[in-house]
Write a protein that binds this ligand. Structure first.
Ligand code: CP
Ligand code: NVA
Length: 299
């Protein structure tokens, strides 16, 4: 049994195995009779639908638990929820706020726990991102990804994922919105092993220079809505638009995990830019998570 709370819980070999399996589109019913619970304390389109469809394609089934029903840590203590779920289902995807709650739950769980997004990380998104880059470019190591925007959950998993797989990671963000120092430290240690670089810039134009992938995410993540106005102001010069994209390498990929705020972190129409791969990226959530479920939940 293995929990996936961070992308760095996987080794490079394990990521390669998931990428290879995802590419096979294997739909054998290896999870017949297996049940996945999805406990989500924040809204979701892609994560919920892709996990539910993946379970169905593998012959298993899933059930969605809303926060009101479970009251994680409020109606019932986290260790008790973990131990009870282990008596009914074979795996749990948890979308929550604190990484601490996620770790605490996993400590007490007798079934694999997958991080379906926390304030700190979004490992399933990073797996789909790596799969997409590999499909489009035929390699990972040696490529350069530029992340423009907030040092949030998506940035953290991507930073660790790039460092794990040997992609150079360049990031531009306003002062005060950098990724967490401990995550940067961990990424630098991984990058030293995979022989790539992690670097930070204030100006987006500098970060995208020579990049093979230009990536952005919302300026205001779920749970930060009260800061939206301040963030709109702070990030005003960090929009990804056609001009910025054209300063990366020719035909650089444009990526975004979605949902997007059109006119904020991306210019209007950017999702339809010829270099945008965002919908393939979204579809890949399904393929890589199917591979992950087959690996973690098969009897
Ligand atoms: N990218 C992503 O995780 O989307 P959802 O929030 O809709 O699941
Ligand atoms: N950073 C965003 C990602 C959504 C998939 C959020 O946490 O809201």
């Amino acid at each position: 049994m293995k929990h996936i709370l961070s992308i760095a819980d996987l080794s490079p070999d394990e990521v390669w195995r998931l990428i290879a399996e995802a590419g096979k589109h294997n739909r054998e019913e290896v999870l017949k009779g297996r049940v996945l619970a999805l406990l989500f304390e924040k809204p979701s389109l892609r994560t919920r639908v892709s996990f539910e469809v993946a379970m169905h394609q593998l012959g298993g089934w899933s059930l969605y638990l809303s926060p009101q029903e479970v009251g994680l840590g409020q109606r019932e203590a986290i260790p008790d929820v973990a131990r009870v779920l282990g008596r009914f289902v074979h795996g749990l995807v948890l979308r929550t706020f604190s990484q601490e709650s996620l770790r605490f739950l996993a400590q007490h769980a007798t079934i694999p726990v997958i991080n379906g997004l926390s304030d700190e990380e979004h490992p399933c998104q990073a797996l789909a991102d790596l799969l997409t880059i590999y499909q489009k470019r035929g390699k990972l190591a040696g490529l350069t990804l530029a992340f423009i925007g907030d040092g949030n959950n998506v940035a953290h998993s991507l930073l660790l994922g790039c460092a794990l797989m040997g992609l150079n990671f360049r990031m531009a963000c306003p002062q005060g919105y950098e990724p967490q120092p401990l995550i940067v430290q961990r990424a630098r240690a991984l990058a030293a092993q995979s022989n790539c670089e992690v670097s930070f810039f204030l100006r987006p134009e500098e970060a995208v220079k020579g990049a093979d992938v230009v990536y952005t995410d919302v300026w205001t993540s779920m749970g930060q809505e009260a800061e939206a106005e301040v963030r709109r102001h702070k990030f005003a010069h960090y929009q990804v638009n056609k001009e910025l994209l054209s300063s990366a390498t020719e035909a650089a990929l444009f990526m975004h995990p979605l949902p997007a705020h059109h006119g904020e972190e991306i210019a209007l129409g950017l999702l339809d830019h010829p270099q945008s791969v965002v919908f393939d990226q979204a579809e890949n959530r399904l393929h890589v998570q199917r591979a992950l479920l087959a690996e973690l939940l098969a009897p």
